[in-house]
Design a protein around this ligand. Structure first.
Ligand code: ATP
Ligand code: MG
Length: 428
């Protein structure tokens, strides 16, 4: 045997044993997003590197050190997407879909960041992204947050809480930025290397540092919320009032600045105390300046991304993961003619009973082995077809999950007999 090929570090397989949670999350989100009027958009997994540099910002963890960037055979610098928003905005611009139009969109799929892999933090991870473009808010800000709160309820996720903040307008941030720079310069000796670099490039990012040694310094820094412009203050007050009116609990976290550069005004994050250090499960905010920054006509927008792996972990902890669906009917075939005929019979039954799960015994085996398989399949009913039954034009039916005798049905009536046997199997 040749040597095994190792998987890529930080990139996981999702095995059938885990897939029901993923499917439940994805289908519930899909359904809910449709109920709120959001449409799916699919964009490439690879974009020009420049898109992310411009959208996310140079002085961010993502752009500074986490991007999977490569030069392709044509000499272009391309990057595996580290997040979804930039690509969706690029798609709206490239396809001429802005021009005063409004869009409510979602997309999902893998994202790539070269981070240090640990529980809840991977190099390929998955997000569901939701974007509302052309809405200045704050009503849409409220509705988006209400949508996420409803999603947690539908999924049975309880251990999450909402934090919000406002980053104000770029002008208000400029004023605040001067205050912050003054403060950080005065404590220059306490800054780590990342923060020193950011102090020059984008000092607000210093507040986003994950270095525990920086925490005290950050706690004592001037607070952006104290320097908001009047309009942003009103926007934020309206958001808070509407959340209260909807009965969605939240707390204001003035240190919440979010990792990406493009946010303005509303930012929010759902965090959990159930997953250890990786506590953010859904993060988002308003990005009113982003589209213009990418060369599109100035259009306000707001969006969020949720981390599927972390939400699946929460669902699993809450016991909100459905069991994999079992077969309804297992078809036991005994004898050579019966085995050959079984293939046709099951296809005919599948024609007659769409939606029912049939499992045909494959690969032969004696009666006992086949019944063991039937039992393991979880099927409610076994249909038994032997050469002897076949000669008489019948099949036998045997309930597997309750004590009941075997019955027989003529082959032409078998679909109806299966339906009624399954109906009684469910009743008892
Ligand atoms: P964190 O603070 O955990 O690094 P972030 O601010 O970088 O998160 P965003 O870029 O806003 O996260 O992404 C939105 C969501 O995607 C996060 O709330 C989280 O649930 C998830 N996420 C982000 N990075 C990872 C990762 N490397 N592995 C798994 N999930 C992730
Ligand atoms: Mg991060």
């Amino acid at each position: 045997m040749s040597e095994q090929i190792q998987p890529v570090r930080g990139m996981n397989d999702v095995l059938p044993a885990e897939i029901t949670a993923w499917q439940r999350l994805e289908s519930t989100a899909r359904q809910l997003l449709a109920e709120y009027g959001y449409q799916e958009i699919r964009v490439p997994m690879v974009e020009r590197t420049e898109l992310f540099q411009r959208a996310i910002g140079e002085y961010t963890d993502v752009v500074e050190k986490e991007m999977y960037t490569f030069v392709d055979q044509g000499g272009d610098s391309l990057t595996l997407r580290p997040e979804g928003t930039a690509g969706v905005m690029r798609a709206l611009i490239s396809n001429g879909l802005l021009r005063g139009q409004r869009h409510k969109l979602w997309c999902d799929g893998p994202m790539f960041r070269h981070e240090r892999p640990q529980k809840g933090r991977y190099r390929q991870f998955h997000q569901i992204d939701v974007e509302a473009v052309g809405f200045a808010g704050p009503d849409v800000d409220v509705e988006l947050i209400a949508l996420t709160a409803r999603l947690w309820r539908r999924l049975g996720i309880e251990r999450v809480r909402l934090q919000i903040n406002s980053l104000g307008t770029p002008e208000a941030r400029r004023i605040y930025r001067e205050k912050l720079v003054e403060y950080l310069r005065a404590h220059h000796d306490q800054l780590d290397a990342d923060s020193r670099r950011r102090l020059e490039g984008n000092p607000l990012r210093v507040l986003d540092s994950k270095n525990p040694e920086m925490r005290a310094l950050i706690e004592a820094a001037p607070v952006l919320t104290d320097h908001l412009d009047g309009e942003s203050r009103e926007h934020f007050a309206a958001l808070c009032a509407a959340l209260e009116a909807l009965g969605i609990p939240f707390s204001v976290n003035p240190r919440l600045v979010r990792g990406l550069d493009y946010y303005s005004r509303t930012v929010f994050e759902w965090i959990t105390d159930a997953l250890g250090a990786q506590d953010a499960v859904c993060s988002g905010g308003r990005y009113d300046g982003l589209i213009a920054q990418l060369g599109g006509e100035p259009t306000p927008g707001i969006g969020f991304a949720m981390g599927i792996e972390r939400l699946v972990a929460l669902m699993t902890q809450a016991g909100a993961v459905p069991a994999p669906a079992a077969a309804d009917v297992f078809v036991v075939v005994n004898g050579e003619r019966a085995a050959a005929y079984g293939l046709q019979l099951v296809e005919r039954l599948r024609d007659a009973l769409p939606g029912r799960r049939f499992e045909l015994n494959l690969g032969g085996g004696n009666f006992k082995a086949q019944f063991r398989r039937a039992d393991r399949s979880g099927a409610a009913l076994a249909v038994i077809l032997g050469d002897d039954e076949l000669a008489r034009g019948v099949a036998a039916l045997k309930p597997l999950r309750r004590d009941a005798g075997q019955s027989e049905s003529p082959l032409p009536d078998l679909a109806a007999a299966i339906q009624s046997a399954l109906a009684t199997a469910v009743e008892t």
